[in-house]
Structures are given as structure tokens and as C-alpha cells.
Design a protein around this ligand. Structure first.
Ligand code: GLY
Length: 345
């Protein structure tokens, strides 16, 4: 088991990679605890939950809306949860986003911790304190940044993930490798079979490397005023693809990384060997989709980007495997590159 700390000006958060999730019982207060989860996780693990009230939301992105937050807050009131209450979120990215946001505003903020159950949330979403809900089709418009007290990443829980969900998480793992950890990239390249077999020893190493990298970035720039932007590699095009094609987040980010890698190559930031290695790895895990969004739609979708400031976007390039570069690029350039790449294929 590896303990990784996030230290920010306002909080400390501990991420336990490879810990047994049932050890969470020893980390909770004796009373005032409510568990927030989703129906799938409750079906698989609910009989082993600590003995506290359980609120289960419908699984999936559609639950990320204010209405669900309001409903859960009412249920907390019914359960008599006051300012000394504690929410344990047991689930993937959606559950952690919702529970994190709920605990940040319920009675102006109560304590929380997570058991992170999906690969995507273990390697990315549950670390770093970002939380929130969508507003219509606009992702994560309402939310904030607030660190949970702890996150347990038990890789044994990844055995029950559906294949597509597991692969979706793998895309965020590859993202971390491309932006900050060449050794992680090589480990993924060398271990295709073991990764597909969900080898536990290897998964602990991969998740811990990813969390270590993210923890260092978040500790340096919790509010995403600079360095943290690199974690959005692949996300500018990725969010567009996710919206247009209803792809799972990781698959959309994988295709977004393909585009960002090609864009980096076009700008002379990486060699063709590096470009081919990144794209081959994404292809090997069958993460890539076709690029066929029509002109008008791609412009509208890119204009939705939260990272847009005026007519510019903080676009994340790769400067070689293990190194990222943030540059302000105009919306026109981002859209034009998409069109050029789409029409060349
Ligand atoms: N998922 C990107 C971040 O936490 O900043």
C-alpha cells in the first residue's frame, strides 16, 4: 500500500493506493456518517458497506445535475446530518463529483472521504478536489475545488468494472504518462497483456505513479492558475467529442490526445517517432474514434470550452513523451487544425 499526500494552502488530503477498501470503517467518525453511492456500486458492494445510512443515485453522467444535489441535501436533513456530519462517497468520478460538491455546500461545508471504485477516478478524477455538476449539456459548470480528507484506491475493485469503463480509465492513465512520466509510458507499452488481465500488482504501481504525479501538480497549483492546466491534455477536443458523439470520457480524451499529439507534431514540438509511439499506444487499447464532426458543429463545441478566455484557449501540447506545454491558441487555430486533420484522413 502506498500513502500519497496532497498539501495545499487550505487542506491536506491522503490518497491510499492499494489499501483494502473495507479498512475505511476505521477512518470514519462513530456517528453522523452517510454513504453516497450509485445503484451499480451498491449492488456489487453494498452488503459490505459500513453500517450507516446509504443514499444511492442513478449511475452515470445524467445524475450530475443540481436537482440531484438538492434531493441528496434533503435526504441528509432527513437523516439529521448537521455540521459535524461526514459523507463517505463510494463510487467513480460521477459519485465523487456529486458528493464532493454536496459536502462543500451543505451547511457551508461538512467533512468527506472517498472510496474510489473506477480506474478513471483512481488515476484522475477523485484526486485533486475538483467537483461539480453539469448545467444542461455544459460540463462541470457549477462546482468548486475542495479536497476530501482521504481517498482509498483499492485496485481489487477494478476487477468488477465493465471492459469499456476500464479502458476509459486507461486513457487518463496514458494521459498522465504523456504529460509527465515517461517511465509510466514505457511500463504501459511493455505490459499490454498484464494490463488487460487487470494484474493487481501492476495496477497498484500504475495507479500510484499516476496519483503521485497528479498530487505533485495539485499541491503546486490547486486552483489551476498555471501548471494544473497540463492535466487537460486531450480535453479541448475531447470534451467536443464527448458532447457530439456521447463517447465515454476516457475514449473522448484518447481521441482528443490523438489530435493534440498531431497538432504538436505539426508545430514541430515532437518527432514523428514520439508521435507514432503515443498514437500506437492509444490504438493498441482500441481507444480511438473517427474524426468526422462537421465544420459548424466543431466550432460551436470548441467555443463551449471552459478553458477558453475570450477568443483564446489554453491548449495543451506535448513536447515529447513525459513533457507538456501550455500555449494560448486562438479558437480559429484549434478549429482549423481539426478540419485539416479530419479532411486529410
Ligand atoms: N482532471 C483534471 C484535474 O483534476 O485538474
Amino acid at each position: 500500500m502506498e500513502k500519497i499526500q496532497i498539501n495545499t494552502p487550505g487542506a491536506k488530503s491522503e490518497i491510499l493506493v492499494g489499501a483494502d477498501w473495507e479498512s475505511v470503517s476505521g477512518m470514519l467518525p462513530e456517528k453522523g456518517v452517510v454513504i453516497v453511492t450509485d445503484e451499480n456500486v451498491r449492488r456489487l458492494y453494498g452488503s459490505r458497506f459500513p453500517d450507516f445510512p446509504v443514499l444511492a443515485i442513478t449511475a452515470g453522467e445524467k445524475s450530475k445535475k443540481l436537482e440531484v444535489i438538492g434531493h441528496l441535501a434533503e435526504r441528509l436533513l432527513d437523516e439529521g446530518v448537521d455540521r459535524s456530519g461526514f459523507i463517505l462517497a463510494v463510487g467513480g468520478g460521477v459519485v465523487c463529483d456529486i458528493a464532493g460538491f454536496l459536502t462543500s455546500i451543505y451547511m457551508r461545508g461538512i467533512r468527506c472521504g472517498y472510496v474510489s471504485t473506477s480506474l478513471l477516478s483512481q488515476v484522475d478524477a477523485s484526486t485533486g478536489g475538483k467537483n461539480g455538476v453539469n448545467l444542461g449539456e455544459n460540463k462541470n459548470i457549477l462546482g468548486n475545488i475542495r479536497q476530501p480528507e482521504f481517498v482509498i484506491c483499492d485496485t481489487a475493485m477494478l476487477r468488477t468494472l465493465p471492459d469499456q469503463e476500464y479502458l476509459s480509465g486507461l486513457a487518463e492513465l496514458i494521459k498522465t504518462a504523456v504529460i509527465g512520466d515517461i517511465e509510466l509510458f514505457e511500463l504501459i507499452e511493455r505490459n499490454y497483456e498484464k494490463i488487460m488481465d487487470r494484474d493487481q500488482e501492476l495496477l497498484i504501481v500504475l495507479v500510484a505513479r499516476s496519483v503521485n504525479f497528479k498530487a505533485s501538480v495539485v499541491s503546486a497549483d490547486e486552483r489551476e492558475e498555471g501548471l494544473r492546466r497540463i492535466l487537460n491534455f486531450g480535453h479541448t477536443y475531447g470534451h467536443a467529442l464527448e458532447l457530439q458523439k456521447s463517447l465515454r470520457h476516457g475514449f473522448a480524451v484518447a481521441s482528443g490526445m490523438e489530435l493534440a499529439t498531431e497538432f504538436s507534431f505539426e508545430r514541430g514540438l515532437i518527432s514523428s517517432v514520439e508521435k507514432d509511439r503515443i498514437i500506437s499506444l492509444l490504438e493498441r487499447f482500441s481507444l480511438l474514434d473517427k474524426h468526422n464532426i462537421p465544420d459548424d458543429n466543431i466550432r460551436q463545441l470548441i467555443l463551449h470550452d471552459k478553458k477558453k478566455k475570450g477568443t483564446n484557449i489554453h491548449f495543451i501540447f506535448t513536447e515529447g513523451i513525459g513533457k507538456a506545454l501550455v500555449e494560448r491558441v486562438s479558437v480559429d487555430e484549434v478549429v482549423d487544425f481539426y478540419k485539416r486533420f479530419r479532411d486529410k484522413k
